[in-house]
Ligand binder design. Structure first.
Ligand code: ADP
Ligand code: MG
Ligand code: MG
Length: 248
């Protein structure tokens, strides 16, 4: 029994089947990468894991530490220890980054976060991400650049300390600095206890992360699992060759 399991997951949007039996097993402390061509269902998988109501699970299971998450709301999943990159809200009026993160931690951990110890924790985490102190007192996302939003997202992950984080970086158009921030944040986050699944096509990010496994999602299924050599193969031959070789 793995730490985190997805078993034969089938997902519809409206009446169209998008995920056609996804299997994924993630052990404690492991880093997994999911790659795949546009439209293969990567974001669908991420949204489904978040519990987004548009995505209807018609079959299969999502288990974290032996507990099914399939019928839980996004908030409940967060309480169970799951973090998703797009959990981060849009601009919220009159709420500072610090207030937002303290409230989020209180909700997910179910423990009141006292102001002074939380300030100290936040300061440490921000320093680790080379963030300016002034971020903490800025209003959430208001006038933040793409890179700043990305930093805040990674900061949120490091503050909430989820058991497993799913980051969908595929369509976010990260610049080189943002890629470095993500990589740095992920490296600081992962330890023996914490697992991470990153959806990406950025080779630079792959190099930084040195994942344990790479999975190729095509036509709604994971058709191949391997190591860094798979990324090289995709790069050199393209997805059509991969499809011919591995899709049965
Ligand atoms: P990827 O992230 O791998 O590029 P997506 O999960 O975004 O792929 O999309 C997978 C398939 O689901 C595509 O065929 C896409 O057109 C379809 N799809 C995604 N989101 C929606 C939606 N909101 N409504 C209808 N179809 C969608
Ligand atoms: Mg897409
Ligand atoms: Mg996508």
């Amino acid at each position: 029994e793995h730490f985190f399991n997805i078993n034969n997951l089938k997902v519809n949007i409206d009446d169209k089947e998008i995920l056609k039996g996804v299997n994924l097993e993630v052990g404690k402390g492991e880093t997994h990468i999911i790659m795949g061509p546009n439209g293969s269902g990567k974001s669908t998988l991420a949204y489904t894991l978040m519990g987004h109501p548009l995505y209807k699970v018609t079959n299969g299971e999502i288990n974290l530490e032996g507990e099914s998450l399939k019928d839980l709301s996004a908030d409940k999943r967060a309480i169970k220890g799951m973090f998703l990159s797009f959990q981060y809200p849009e601009e919220v009026d009159g709420v500072t980054v610090e207030e937002f993160l303290r409230t989020a931690k209180t909700k997910t951990w179910g423990e009141m976060q006292r102001i002074l110890p939380f300030k100290k924790l936040l300061k440490e985490k921000m320093e680790a991400l080379e963030m300016d102190e002034s971020y903490a007192t800025r209003y959430l996302n208001l006038g933040f650049s793409g890179g700043e939003k990305k930093k805040n997202e990674i900061l949120q992950m490091s503050i909430l300390e989820p058991k497993i984080a799913i980051l969908d970086e595929t369509d976010s158009g990260l610049d080189v600095d943002a890629i470095r921030i993500v990589a740095q944040g992920v490296k600081k986050f992962k330890d023996k206890e914490r697992s991470i699944v990153v959806i990406t096509h950025y080779n630079k990010l792959l190099e930084y992360l040195a994942p344990d496994y790479i999975h190729i999602l095509m036509d709604g299924k994971i058709i191949k699992t391997g190591g860094m050599e798979l990324a090289k193969e995709i790069d050199e031959n393209g997805y059509e060759e991969i499809r011919k070789k591995y899709l049965k």
